[in-house]
Design a protein around this ligand. Structure first.
Ligand SMILES: NC(=O)c1ccc[n+]([C@@H]2O[C@H](COP(=O)([O-])OP(=O)(O)OC[C@H]3O[C@@H](n4cnc5c(N)ncnc54)[C@H](O)[C@@H]3O)[C@@H](O)[C@H]2O)c1
Length: 251
């Protein structure tokens, strides 16, 4: 599905690789100018170069979403350079697979800081501009782990952070709706990226056995859904938690 994002500016966090890169590429291919933001500035620049080579107008920014000053600077820089942030995709994240009794307080804090605080900081920084312009699209990348409590696709700490993203999505959808801003989340199941390359083959096979489509997802599968939610076609969809999971969450 092609949508028309010409004239829109999209900021995608964690866009140097994996799902975030695929989303940035898809938004750009549909006409948006793209801000590729990532903790790894060098990889963000390399990703930007790939987008530019494909004819997409893009800039790269190094930023840690768990650092509120970094986030304020990142959004400010995007707004100064491109005039606005119309589309915010909160994709940056990290996985943690430990059992709760094996999770240190520092590990818990880091996962919550990246996966949940980061989404909060980015929304808080970008929403005022969207409200002022009367238009915005926020797409948060959560996880089926946030609904099921983890399991093979992450431990309890990861699940708690992604469950928090679901609640935050619904809350901000309520707050921002009257101002022309929609806020939705995508809950992917197993998607082949560097993040999931650590899964043991037996665990991977068990997840796939419960996926009616019979294959792992690709970053492009998530990008297609994100691009739709970021478009005008999705103007009447907000507070929605969309499973893009090959049928994993069907019941
Ligand atoms: N791959 C899956 O199966 C899967 C399933 C459900 C949800 N997700 C979620 O999708 C998102 C993307 O996952 P992926 O599989 O592409 O992961 P990935 O590890 O391949 O890529 C994550 C990107 O985020 C960046 N990043 C990490 N911490 C950051 C920080 N503090 N600030 C800015 N950038 C940071 C990394 O540098 C990297 O480029 C994550 O939020 C993840 O939890 C993935």
């Amino acid at each position: 599905m092609r949508v028309d994002l010409r004239g829109r500016v999209a900021l995608v966090t964690g866009a140097a690789r994996g799902i975030g890169f695929a989303i940035a590429e898809r938004l750009g291919a549909n006409g948006a100018r793209v801000v590729v933001a990532d903790l790894n500035a060098a990889q963000a620049e390399a990703a930007r170069d790939r987008l530019v080579a494909a004819g997409i107008e893009a800039m790269a920014l190094g930023a840690d979403v768990s650092d509120e000053r970094d986030v304020a600077e990142m959004v400010g820089c995007a707004e100064r350079s491109y005039g606005a942030v119309d589309i915010l995709v909160n994709n940056a994240g990290m996985v943690s697979t430990t059992q709760v009794t094996d999770t240190t307080s520092a590990d818990w804090r880091r996962v919550m800081a990246v996966n949940l605080d980061g989404v909060f900081y980015c929304i808080r920084a970008a929403l005022p501009g969207m409200v002022a312009r009367g238009y915005g699209r926020i797409v948060n990348i959560s996880s089926v782990a946030g609904k099921r409590g983890g399991g093979l696709l992450g431990g309890s700490c990861y699940a708690a952070s992604k469950g928090g993203v679901i609640a935050l999505t619904k809350g901000v959808a309520r707050e921002a709706g009257p101002f022309g801003v929609t806020v939705n989340a995508i809950t992917p199941a197993l998607i082949d990226t560097e993040m999931t390359s650590i899964l043991p083959p037996a665990g991977r096979a068990r997840v796939l056995a419960d996926m009616p489509v019979g294959r792992a997802g690709t970053p492009a599968d998530i990008a297609a859904a994100a691009c739709f939610l970021a478009s005008d076609a999705a103007a009447f969809i907000t507070g929605e938690i969309m499973d893009v999971d090959g049928g994993f969450m069907r019941d």
